[in-house]
Design a binder for this molecule. Structure first.
Ligand code: C5P
Length: 238
């Protein structure tokens, strides 16, 4: 019997008959400000599942080890069970969001070298920023594990910048999560969707990600539908 193992802000994790495989169920919910703002959007589950599937398949095809096994319905996918690092691994190519507010900058400056930030995933503590030695001291990830995590994040960034460029968008920043599979390999987990990255239209700089919801500047479903259509087209060309 499948058991509900975990209910996140926008996804559920269910067990399956195979102890090494989990079923992810996407929901139509969007949240912002660590769950302070919550709303349902028609088709969001379908859109995130579809976009994340396309991105994970593209990354796997290009050598990034991931938890993704396959999509099994419009709103569900099967993934490898992982022992997750309680880390949010953020890469920034362009100043925006909390980077801009933290340092009192406007948004839009392109960095010569991507900015890499680590956050401790904890709802109670509001996901505090941490450095490498914090993560070692708290036994969250060893130096070696963090090295591998950043190698994979850089590989993801190098693969996704040109993909989104083909899709007419700038990949401003994104958050990844990693886990260890049954063999102890560090692999990319969670999802990649406009919920956890910033995408700006290359020409107009229009926001095409969850900022439309966070900032009340557009309709989330419409924007995510445009993202999906653009990614599908870009994948045909790349
Ligand atoms: O808010 P901030 O500017 O730090 O976000 C950087 C990137 O990480 C954004 O793409 C945002 O969507 C993502 N993020 C996330 N989950 C969080 C915090 C940030 O997906 N809890």
């Amino acid at each position: 019997m499948a058991k509900l193992l975990y209910t996140g802000k926008v996804k559920e994790m269910w067990s399956t008959d195979d102890p090494e495989v989990l079923r992810v169920v996407y929901t139509d919910q969007a949240t912002a400000g660590n769950g302070e703002k919550k709303d349902d959007f028609k088709n969001k589950a379908y859109l995130n599942n579809e976009i994340s599937t396309l991105i994970f398949e593209y990354l796997s095809k290009n050598g990034v080890p991931t938890h993704f096994i396959k999509k099994i319905s419009d709103t569900e996918e099967l993934v490898k069970k992982c022992d997750m690092f309680p880390l949010e691994v953020v890469t920034r190519n362009i100043a925006a969001g909390h980077f801009s507010s933290r340092y009192g900058l406007g948004e839009g400056e392109k960095f010569d070298t991507p900015v890499e930030e680590l956050f401790y995933k904890s709802d109670e503590l509001d996901d505090p920023i941490m450095n490498e030695s914090d993560a070692i001291a708290l036994h969250i990830a060893t130096a070696e594990e963090q090295k591998k995590i950043w190698e994979l994040s850089r590989q993801v960034n190098k693969l996704l910048i040109p993909l989104f460029d083909k899709a007419g968008m700038e990949l401003v920043d994104f958050k990844l999560e990693f886990g260890k599979d049954a063999d102890g390999n560090i692999i990319l987990a969670d999802e990649f969707s406009p919920d956890n990255c910033r995408l700006w239209d290359k020409k107009t700089k229009k926001h095409m990600d969850k900022d439309v919801y966070r900032r009340d500047i557009g309709d989330l479903t419409t924007v995510y539908e445009q993202d999906l259509a653009r990614i599908q087209e870009a994948l045909k060309e790349i």
